[in-house]
Design a protein around this ligand. Structure first.
Ligand SMILES: O=C(O)c1cc(=O)[nH]c(=O)n1[C@@H]1O[C@H](COP(=O)(O)O)[C@@H](O)[C@H]1O
Length: 240
């Protein structure tokens, strides 16, 4: 696999759209650039499993980002249903605790078979929109964001999940404490000059990979651009 293909395979495009038609329009614009595709709440609640299956039919790897956070039994059932969809990756909130995350893995085990291979199961640590004021004053967790992220990452690892969602800024310490193979999926990606929006803990795509991120997640710098194809090409070029 060449360098360009490797970069494309590690770049996850967040399809945050209100309908399948809008998401498909972006896929058409990015034809021939087989990035990993992320379906989050907005698109899944509107377009459902059928759009996920459509992405798989088109040959994409799919990250289903539904950030499950519920009682263990419910998460177990949800994880089984997600696994039956044949996605490549999905996530749960680490804040749900170890038993909840272990239950997600039990749900996966129930549903895996040759047509539903095991997806990567990823724990969300502190959202990349969270800053220290939100953490301390609203959520009620004291200390730095990074220490909370590391505590969650260690919990995710102890529950047996494959890795975490975190900001690229935290990747080095996460890998140091949990091993190089512990997968890091990093949103909060902002190429130089792009709008930070509601994100707090951001880096450029290049910095994220330099920090050791396995996957970068990019939404609006591509989807809100006047020319999404040009935007993604310039990100890939910078990374090459
Ligand atoms: O789990 C996620 O994907 C996620 C976790 C997190 O901490 N922060 C975060 O931004 N995300 C998702 O990553 C994407 C980032 O999108 P942009 O901010 O538009 O690049 C969105 O779809 C978010 O839902």
């Amino acid at each position: 696999m060449g360098k360009r293909e490797k970069i494309i395979g590690r770049t996850i495009v967040a399809l945050d759209y209100a309908s399948a038609d809008e998401a498909q329009r972006l896929l058409n614009q990015l034809k021939g650039i087989p990035c990993y595709m992320k379906v989050g709440m907005q698109l899944f609640y509107a377009a459902g499993p059928s759009f996920v299956l459509k992405l798989k039919e088109q040959g994409y790897k799919v990250f289903l980002d539904l950030k499950m956070h519920d009682i263990p039994n419910t998460v177990k059932g949800g994880a089984a249903s997600i696994t039956r969809l044949g996605v490549d990756m999905f996530n749960v909130h680490a804040a749900g605790g170890k038993k909840m995350m272990e239950s997600a893995l039990e749900g996966v085990d129930q549903a895996v078979n040759p047509s539903n291979p095991k997806p990567l199961v990823i724990g969300v640590t502190q959202l990349t929109s969270t800053n220290v004021t939100t953490l301390n004053k609203e959520i009620g967790i004291s200390g730095s964001v990074e220490s909370s992220v590391l505590q969650y990452a260690n919990l995710v690892k102890s529950a047996g999940l494959d890795g975490v969602v975190a900001s690229p800024l935290e990747v080095t310490n996460i890998k140091e404490q949990n091993g190089i193979d512990f997968v890091t999926v990093t949103p909060g990606i902002r190429p130089i000059g792009s709008n930070i929006g509601d994100q707090s803990r951001v880096t450029t795509p290049k910095e994220a990979f330099n920090e050791g991120a396995d996957y970068i997640v990019i939404g609006r710098p591509i989807t809100a651009s006047d020319d999404p194809r040009k935007s993604i090409e310039s990100i890939i070029e910078e990374l090459e």
